[in-house]
Ligand binder design. Structure first.
Ligand code: C5P
Length: 232
């Protein structure tokens, strides 16, 4: 599996998204579509970006009873996306249901990636609100191991966790890592960040990059810099 840079297209409309992608004349970066854009524009935006030749990570983070997730995944798989995700907290039965639902009649399927603990969840909130007393790092690795046992392809995690996830779940288990910033860039609201080059060194398989590309004065140059640091 080749390393790649995924651009988080966190835009609120089709117009803004397509205007952004138009700047990449000829190039077809891997694109992440999240809840904001999907809920605003519906499945049509996925079909349109796919028809333009991009690979798509549809980041909808499913979490429901196994049967519902299985059926929802079957619908998403019909959109011909390349990567989808769900919450590992939904249990192994839910993850197995998802895999069953997402597999197309010809046996192909998008990559299925699990969210372990959201980076917005702190140790304190986990203990007080969710009554989970294990250390957060242990929870992340435990959820990743559950995802691997369920047959999933990988997890979304911090690049800083990528090495440990590979150690526990195997080198082929994918780590998809947001929280990427250039060494000379603005951190914004991300706390634990790494550069594309550091993410490569630690062993991330895909980096997910939003504002360092989308808010750059020259987004195409920023994307190419990510590719140079992470892939080449
Ligand atoms: O703009 P920025 O590079 O911070 O965007 C990162 C993207 O990755 C956003 O779409 C954000 O929602 C997503 N993400 C994240 N941290 C996670 C999971 C997803 O930043 N733990």
């Amino acid at each position: 599996m080749g390393k790649d840079v995924i651009i988080a297209c966190d835009f609120s409309s089709k117009e803004a998204t397509l205007a952004f992608l138009d700047q990449f004349s000829g190039k077809k970066p891997y694109v992440k579509i999240g809840m904001e854009l999907f809920y605003a524009e519906g499945p049509a935006i996925v079909r349109e970006i796919k028809a333009r030749g991009h690979q798509i990570f549809l980041d909808l983070k499913l979490h429901d009873i196994p049967n519902t997730v299985k059926k929802a995944m079957a619908v998403l798989s019909g959109l011909d996306v390349d990567m989808v995700n769900l919450h590992a907290a939904g249990t192994r039965a839910m993850m197995e249901g998802a895999l069953e639902g997402v597999t197309r009649p010809d046996g192909t399927r998008p990559l299925v990636i699990a969210v372990t603990q959201l980076t917005s969840t702190s140790q304190e909130r986990m203990q007080e609100e969710l009554l989970i007393s294990a250390p957060i790092d242990e929870t992340v690795i435990h959820y990743a191991a559950n995802a691997a046992k369920a047959g999933l392809d990988g997890v979304v995690c911090s690049p800083m966790e990528a090495g440990k996830v590979h150690q526990v779940c195997g080198e082929k288990f994918l780590t998809v890592t947001p929280g990427i910033r250039f060494a000379d860039g603005d951190k914004g609201d991300q706390v634990r960040v790494t550069t594309p080059a550091q993410a490569k060194e630690i062993g991330s398989d895909y980096i997910v990059v939003g504002r360092p590309i989308t808010a750059a004065a020259d987004p195409v140059a920023a994307y190419e810099r990510c590719v140079r640091e992470f892939v080449d």
